[in-house]
Design a protein around this ligand. Structure first.
Ligand SMILES: Cc1cc2nc3c(=O)[nH]c(=O)nc-3n(C[C@H](O)[C@H](O)[C@H](O)COP(=O)(O)OP(=O)(O)OC[C@H]3O[C@@H](n4cnc5c(N)ncnc54)[C@H](O)[C@@H]3O)c2cc1C
Length: 388
């Protein structure tokens, strides 16, 4: 493998785990919309719920490329597992590692690395793409804070033991007055809503987080007041790599399915794959997946090397997620009517699951804005395109 022996061995290890421990329940959790709680212990034991965290806090100490490969291989067999692992690592634990005090790291990270989930609450009913438009508020109360508001579409909202949420701590215009807090599920007033009935990723736990008069001390504040928006934008830069990895994994799962079907299934007295119209589609899928993988790995390696990688992760996520939906759609076509039978072949589930990759952590339109802004900035025209 061009990326080195270390990574191909790592991929084989994750692939074997995914096939043995994750794939067998992928259809059932999709059909029943059941969050596979029993899957957390094996994932934690294998280190996949601790990947981005250094060993001193109980983490597995993987680099970004290993993490990317793991999310890809898990998503190849089950998107719901992919998003659970990605949200926990990139969105739940990373903010604490990057912006937390030593006390916060010691309090939350070992528990999270052992398999208890942490969620990330940024989105609100009127603040999705416009993440700076958060309505959740934290008001000073003596030496602490009282929080009120709601977060929607939060991955692992009902199963998590803690969540990082943003709230306005001042009346400053736009995103400047936003801060972030670590809330624990056993705090009075902090509850989750009913699991959402989703088209895809139905085994993942997505729900509202309700925040009603939640009282916390300053020790719940993550970083300094007013820095919440900046922190979250940094977190999304790397989170987009994992959404792209999910998309590449699912696109590969769709190709695996279409390739096997076309190689085994016969029409006109010959294997489907021998028809050029089918073979060319398989070739296009393979080519697009390799290109998407290359972009995602490039962004991961740039992060590992400490380079600026925000626009690269946006480009990679944009391309990979659209490749994901295209490949899943093509796979269904190659399977014909069989492709539409729910639960029989993975293609239709992947098609439903992979759509999230064009939406979560910034829709394709938002990625285009990030990329175009970077382009304009490169010629000194930064203000020409504001995300407002
Ligand atoms: C399964 C799932 C899991 C999720 N997990 C989490 C989570 O763990 N934590 C979390 O905080 N959020 C989570 N989300 C929320 C997700 O991040 C948001 O859905 C996403 O940011 C888009 O916001 P929105 O749905 O409000 O869409 P909107 O912002 O309302 O956008 C609607 C449409 O308008 C377009 N649009 C918006 N603004 C512009 C613009 N300026 N220019 C051009 N077009 C624009 C969008 O591209 C989109 O097509 C999750 C969502 C899903 C579905």
């Amino acid at each position: 493998m061009i990326w080195g022996e270390k990574y191909s061995e790592f991929r084989e290890k994750v692939r074997a785990f995914a096939l043995e421990k994750v794939a067998p329940s992928a259809v059932e959790i999709d059909e029943t919309q059941r969050f596979p709680k029993e899957g957390l212990a094996p994932l934690a034991e294998a280190g996949y719920l601790a990947m981005v965290i250094p060993k001193e806090y109980g983490g597995a100490g993987n680099d970004m490329l290993e993490y990317t490969i793991a999310v890809e291989e898990l998503s190849r067999v089950c998107g719901s597992t992919g998003i659970t692992v990605a949200a926990h690592n990139s969105l739940g634990m990373s903010p604490i590692l990057l912006f937390g005090t030593e006390e916060q790291k010691k309090k939350y990270l070992p528990r999270a690395c052992a398999g208890e989930l942490i969620a990330f609450g940024l989105s609100e009913p009127e603040a999705g793409s416009d993440a700076g438009g958060t309505k959740t508020r934290a008001v000073r109360n003596g030496s602490g804070w009282i929080l009120n508001g709601a977060k929607c579409w939060i991955t692992s909202a009902t199963e998590c033991f803690a969540a990082i949420v943003t709230a306005k701590t001042s009346d400053e215009e736009g995103s400047y007055g936003i801060s972030s807090f670590i809330l624990e599920k056993d705090m009075e007033g902090f509850t989750s809503g009913k699991k959402e009935n989703k088209l895809g990723l139905r085994g993942s736990d997505t729900a509202f987080l309700h925040i009603a008069d939640v009282r916390v001390s300053d020790s719940a504040l993550l970083g300094e007041t007013g820095n919440g928006f900046k922190q979250f934008m940094k977190i999304l830069d790397s989170g987009r790599i994992s959404i792209g990895a999910m998309a590449v994994g699912m696109a590969q799962g769709a190709l695996d399915c279409a390739l096997k079907f076309a190689a085994e299934h016969e029409e006109y007295g010959r294997k489907m794959a021998s028809a050029q119209g089918i073979a060319f589609q398989l070739a296009d899928m393979e080519t697009e997946i390799e290109a998407a993988r290359g972009l995602i790995y490039r962004a991961a390696v740039m992060k590992d090397r400490g380079m600026k990688y925000g626009p690269e992760s946006a480009k990679a996520k944009l391309f990979a997620s659209e490749v994901g939906t295209r490949c899943a759609f093509k796979a269904i076509g190659i399977l014909g009517a069989e492709g539409l039978q729910v639960g029989k072949y993975p293609a239709e589930r992947i098609w439903r699951d992979v759509k999230l990759c064009e939406i979560g952590e910034g829709t394709s339109e938002i990625q285009r804005i990030v990329i175009a802004r970077d382009l304009l900035k490169s010629i000194g025209a930064f203000d020409a395109l504001k995300i407002e």
